[in-house]
Design a protein around this ligand. Sequence first.
Ligand SMILES: [Zn+2]
Length: 234
Amino acid sequence: MAGGSGRVVTGGNIQRVVYLGGLGRSGTTLLERLLGELPGVCSVGEVVHLWQRGIAEAERCGCGEPLPDCPFWRKVGEIAFGGWGQVDVRRVAELRYAFDRNRYIPLLAAPALYPSFRRGVDEYTDYYARIYAAIADASGCPVVVDSSKHASLAFCLRRRAELDLRVIHVVRDSRAVAFSWTRRVVRMAVERPEQRPAVAGEGGRADNAGALRGSGDRAVCDAGQARRFCRSCR
Ligand SMILES: [Zn+2]
């Protein structure tokens, strides 16, 4: 999803981002885990939820720590913003509400945006560009996988020239999706935090394998890649 006029350049290198799109229960978690096993690829879950769930509400990372305390994510926050405390989460939410909505996709798909709209999208996507670059820096992986899924966010991000954004639209058999939505999946980070990072029990998922690997810096990177944050419900 690269290309298009009116795209923003903030300088620096091109950051490669694989964006998984689709609807909930479509199998993006499986795909992102598979991609995250590849050398040089860092899968971080749904960045769209990082701001509120990860920073504001301090939900737990796959390593078991609240996201702001996780060594990997703390490093990401320092690189991207000089610390998570510097992020105006309320402002991010305002921008998301104002620009990152499916109803605006026709506007976002246009070759050029009218100035005030463009400035807002630029401000909003700057948060993401910083995060992606910081994840690549902190993990040492040149490719970042974001499984935010929302189509409108992909249309916002496509305007940034410093992102080499590739979108994978995941489509699952609708019968399997419908069946999946009949089942309740426990969000381990919120509902059973005491069970993390151990393998989830009934109703949960064995979603912490990577967080249990290794030690030292490698474990930090693995924890960041393998279970991310706030994704135990998907
Ligand atoms: Zn962690």
